[in-house]
Each structure stands twice: as C-alpha cells, then as structure tokens.
Ligand binder design. Structure first.
Ligand SMILES: [Fe+2]
Length: 312
C-alpha cells in the first residue's frame, strides 16, 4: 500500500482541518546551549545555516527549528494539511475574517495572541494508529532489563505534541477549532485544553494553557515504553537537568510522562502510551477539575511548572 493511499484511508471525509503538527519554531539566546540540551534529550540536532534543526534519529522530519534570538520565545507553529485542502483553507480563512499571506504551498497568519502560524501542504506526521507501546516487563526465561552499563540512550521517535499558553482559554479553543479545524479532546476548567487533529491523531496534537500568552509550555516527544521515559529522565538528571516532574501518568491522554525543565524555563516531555482518536471516532470531550484530570499518580508538581516565563 502506498503512503498516499494510506493517507486517504485515514482521512475524515468532508471535514476541513489540519492533519498534523509539522514543526515548531523557537528562539533562544544561545544556540550552543540548545544544541547541548536537545542532544542530551536524545534528539538529532543538525546545524543548518544560522539555525538548528531538531530531528529524531533515523527520521527526515524536521520537528523543530531553533533560531538565535533574545529573549527566548515560541516563534511559530506549522501544521500540515492535505494538498486539496489548501485552497479550501484560503476560502475558509477569508470567511473567518483572518488575514493571511499565501502561495501554492502554504498560508501564513497569526493566532489571537500574535503567534505566527502556517498551514502547509505536507506529509502526514500524525500517527496512523495507536502508537506502539512496549510493556517491557519481566520475562520468564531471561532477564528483561539491560545492564545499566549497556543501556541504550532514549531516542524519541516523533514529536507527540506541543503545549502553549494562549491567553483566554475559550478564545484559544475557539480559534484553533474554527480556523484550523482541531477538535476539543478534553479540558480542565479554564486551566488547560487538549485538542486533536480530526483525521486520526493522538489524544492531543496541541495543548492550550489559559493565562497570559503566548509562550511555550512544553514540547512532548514520543517514546516506546515507560522504561524509555525513565532512562531518558535519568540521563538528563545525570547531566545536570534534574529539575523535573515525573515519573507519572496523566489522566487526559493517559500517557506516562516525565518533564525536564529546559535552560529557558519551559519543559521537554518524554511521553509513552498516549490515547489515540481514529478519524472515524467522535471523541466525547470531558471537562474535569484538576484534582481528577491532571495526573493519576506521580510526584508533587514542582514549583513554577505552569509559569509562563516568556511573559514574566
Ligand atoms: Fe504533554
């Protein structure tokens, strides 16, 4: 089966919406510091002219573009769409009263917080189905755990999602639903909302946090097991990045997590085992208080976890 025909099969027919988060753009004051950090995290960091490109080992998708800039900030998001949806998006943006620049490959505009956005014809990067999850438990005839000295580094396989501050949460939900076609998965009051692409996606493609925006809260990177979450977190801690939250399990999304605070006060998440919303499923969203929705188990949330240092 070709990739193209496979994409057609997992498309929600008759619905206009982006299919994937293609990449993010972030400015940081010191590219050398960024190169060191993301390399330690397990990504392949390539020097590309005056920027850094973030890749997962073995993949050609550039998930992040890191530019030199002060102060640190989330500088843009690019979403992927099907080729025949791009002209529809142009008409749709006009109807929505969103001013944009466009060509035959993409449209560029801004969200209500002024964050630059792009919708681009691009290959699907969303998962086609529930991501593989390796229970990595005990074995009846041999030891399942590797020797610590022989343990392989955690290498995330894809960008799972991105979470950002968006100002008024309802305004953010409405914009990303009405303009980009994302759907609300679940929310927690006016604190956080999780949204997914309609053509088959993990439980969240993006997460929006209420409060002063814009700003990056975290990027989240998919790994294959709880063990990989722990090995990655341990490697970061041994290299000085021990301000973290995890190991734990979220309720909304169900993923096992460990967040590491980056050099700029935002976070980078190892994530395993997230819920999946197929293209033919209308997920029933819930609105739960934080005591029931934030995490099922895990350590106390560290101080400053939900601070937006880009607006401090
Ligand atoms: Fe996350």
């Amino acid at each position: 089966m070709t990739q193209a025909s496979n994409q057609q099969e997992i498309r929600r027919q008759g619905v206009l919406g982006v299919h994937s988060l293609d990449h993010f753009v972030m400015d940081v004051p010191d590219l050398a510091e960024a190169k060191k950090y993301f390399d330690l995290f397990g990504l392949e960091v390539k020097e590309e002219g005056a920027t850094l490109g973030l890749y997962c080992y073995g993949g050609s998708q550039r998930w992040g573009i890191i530019r030199q800039g002060t102060p640190k900030k989330l500088a843009g998001l690019c979403f992927g769409c099907f080729a025949d949806d791009l002209p529809r998006f142009k008409e749709h943006l006009d109807k929505q009263g969103v001013s944009f620049e466009g060509d035959d490959q993409s449209v560029r505009f801004a969200d209500p917080m002024g964050l630059p956005l792009e919708i681009r014809i691009a290959a699907r990067t969303a998962n086609n189905e529930l991501a593989p999850f390796d229970a990595n438990g005990g074995s009846s005839d041999k030891r399942a755990a590797p020797l610590r000295s022989e343990c392989e580094r955690t290498r995330p396989r894809r960008l799972s999602h991105l979470a950002m501050f968006t100002g008024d949460l309802d305004d953010g939900i409405n914009f990303y639903r009405d303009v980009l076609g994302l759907r609300l998965s679940d929310r927690s009051l006016h604190i956080v909302a999780f949204m997914h692409a309609p053509h088959g996606s993990d439980h969240h493609t993006i997460a929006l946090l209420g409060g002063t925006g814009p700003g990056l809260h975290h990027t989240s990177w998919e790994v294959s097991s709880v063990n990989e979450v722990g090995v990655g977190a341990n490697h970061m801690a041994l290299n000085g990045f021990d301000y973290s939250w995890g190991l734990g399990r979220h309720v909304l999304g169900s993923n096992y997590f460990h967040y590491v605070r980056d050099p700029w006060g935002s976070w980078t998440e190892y994530s395993a085992g997230m819920d999946y919303i197929p293209a033919n499923v209308d997920w029933k969203d819930s609105d739960l208080g934080p005591e029931d929705s934030f995490y099922l188990w895990g350590p106390d949330v560290p101080a400053g976890f939900t601070d937006n240092l880009e607006q401090a």
